[in-house]
Design a protein around this ligand. Structure first.
Ligand SMILES: Cc1cc2nc3c(=O)[nH]c(=O)nc-3n(C[C@H](O)[C@H](O)[C@H](O)COP(=O)(O)O)c2cc1C
Length: 173
């Protein structure tokens, strides 16, 4: 298992997965990482729906997103597991809390030697005409809505971590 600095430095989005699934222990680790993320006022308003690749809901969401800005294949790149994070719609900090939770999951995946990709491109589909239907099928709690998703699995192909520009992105005062 990687330490936290190695996981942060080595994580990058995985867009190609082997057919191998996750063990129960791996899945539990990812869920715990998501739920152990901090939330504003410790509200814990983030819910995680777990879908395996075989779940027909994935194809329904894929069809609903209408081509859009998503990549070829499908929005989850045939990863064996997709986690859909929903949160309390009316709470001011929900989007931030969901972002923190999803990154915790991404880092936990990297720590376990797994790959992941955060998925924002289904937002329109999740907020479109089938919103209520999807929310019910995905068992979002009452008053919750889609925030973000993440696909996780074993990496079939790696990618270098992205570069950044310290000078442009940081001001040392
Ligand atoms: C909020 C958010 C939404 C994203 N949505 C998608 C997506 O829908 N599909 C995708 O392939 N990657 C998505 N990504 C991954 C980004 O494209 C990726 O993080 C970025 O290009 C940097 O690459 P890296 O993750 O390899 O460092 C998303 C990332 C974030 C943070």
């Amino acid at each position: 298992m990687k330490d936290v600095f190695a996981a942060i430095a080595e994580r990058s989005s995985t867009r190609s997965y082997t057919g191998e699934g996750l063990t129960k222990e791996e899945l539990y680790c990812l869920l715990r990482a998501g739920l152990q993320a901090p939330t504003a006022t410790n509200r814990q308003e983030i819910h995680i729906s777990v879908l395996e690749r075989s779940n027909p809901l994935l194809a329904e969401i894929e069809a609903e997103k209408n081509g859009g800005s998503c990549p070829p294949v499908n929005f989850y790149y045939d990863a064996p597991v997709v986690l859909i994070l929903s949160g309390e719609t009316a709470y001011h900090w929900t989007p931030v809390d969901a972002g923190i939770a999803v990154e915790n999951i991404a880092l936990a995946a990297e720590g376990l030697g797994l790959g992941s990709v955060i998925i924002g491109c289904i937002r329109q589909a999740m907020e479109g005409p089938r919103q209520a239907e999807f929310a019910q099928a995905l068992r979002f709690p009452e008053g919750y809505s889609y925030q973000i998703a993440i696909a996780v699995g074993h990496k079939a192909a790696g990618k270098e971590p992205h570069a950044f520009e310290l000078d442009r992105q940081v001001s040392l005062l």
